[in-house]
Design a protein around this ligand. Structure first.
Ligand code: HEC
Ligand code: HEC
Length: 197
């Protein structure tokens, strides 16, 4: 027992030393240890390179916290995150919310199709997307950042809201605005938003 505690202590000291050795480069927010388990899918700096998997960098703190609580408590289907969300404590969730909010947001998703901005605005304007998500789509509070998000994930999430698979915050506002969207409109606005810096 004593031996294994000593090993844990030595490893902890080594990790601390290597973290300090790297701290010369520009100040990056300190990743909570639990964030290591997220990297494989959401990317090392919260910018996803995996299809249907969202980037988390630059999301509002509260938005990330709510989504993790929803997935842990069953209001949102956790899918492949099922095993991980179950072990998250409230403290983990607070740390993760603050961490991802402090990371630089994803750059514009250059591989998304260039679409006609007038067409995108004609779909989004009457539905007042910018009122909640902000005019630059950087998100606020419980409302997601959309700018630079992967288009495949934006399409998936809009279809989930439209089908009522995901309800979300804000009195079901997302179900209401998405229910009248056609497939091709969803694809168009997803590509438009993904290319926003
Ligand atoms: C095995 C891959 C995988 C791992 C590991 C993983 N996630 Fe996810 N995560 C996903 C996928 C896929 C989704 C999209 C689920 C959906 O389509 O609704 C997601 C969604 C999310 C969302 C919702 C974001 C949004 O924009 O709606 C948050 C927040 C999140 N993950 C945080 C985390 C955190 C924090 C960890 C580590 C503790 C983690 N994830 C680990 C695959 C993963
Ligand atoms: C009344 C406020 C409101 C309006 C209007 C609104 N949204 Fe949302 N949106 C939200 C909130 C709140 C969430 C977070 C939902 C949740 O908790 O799952 C959200 C989530 C989303 C998501 C999921 C993002 C993610 O990372 O999981 C997408 C995509 C989205 N909105 C797109 C749109 C589009 C496109 C429009 C216009 C057609 C729109 N929203 C209009 C409030 C709004």
């Amino acid at each position: 027992m004593k031996g294994s505690r000593l090993v844990v202590f030595i490893v902890a000291v080594m990790l601390l030393a290597s973290a300090q050795a790297h701290s010369q480069s520009p100040p990056a927010p300190k990743a909570p240890a639990i964030a290591q388990t997220c990297v494989a899918c959401h990317g090392p700096k919260g910018v996803s390179t995996t299809k249907d998997t969202p980037s988390l960098a630059g999301q509002p703190d509260i938005f990330t916290q709510y989504q993790l609580v929803f997935m842990r408590d069953g209001q949102r289907q956790p899918g492949v995150m099922q095993g991980i969300v179950k072990i998250l404590t409230d403290d983990h969730i607070r740390e993760l919310g603050a961490y991802y909010a402090a990371l630089p947001p994803p750059p514009a998703f250059a591989r998304a199709e260039a679409v006609d901005a007038d067409k995108a605005n004609a779909i989004m304007g009457p539905r007042r997307c910018g009122n909640c998500h902000k005019d630059d789509f950087s998100g606020q509070g419980e409302t997601a950042r959309l700018a630079g998000q992967r288009p495949d994930y934006l399409i998936k999430s809009l279809k989930d809201f439209r089908a009522g698979v995901r309800r979300g915050r804000g009195m079901g506002a997302m179900m209401e605005v998405s229910v009248t969207l056609k497939d091709e409109e969803i694809v168009l606005i997803a590509h438009y938003l993904a290319r926003k810096p």
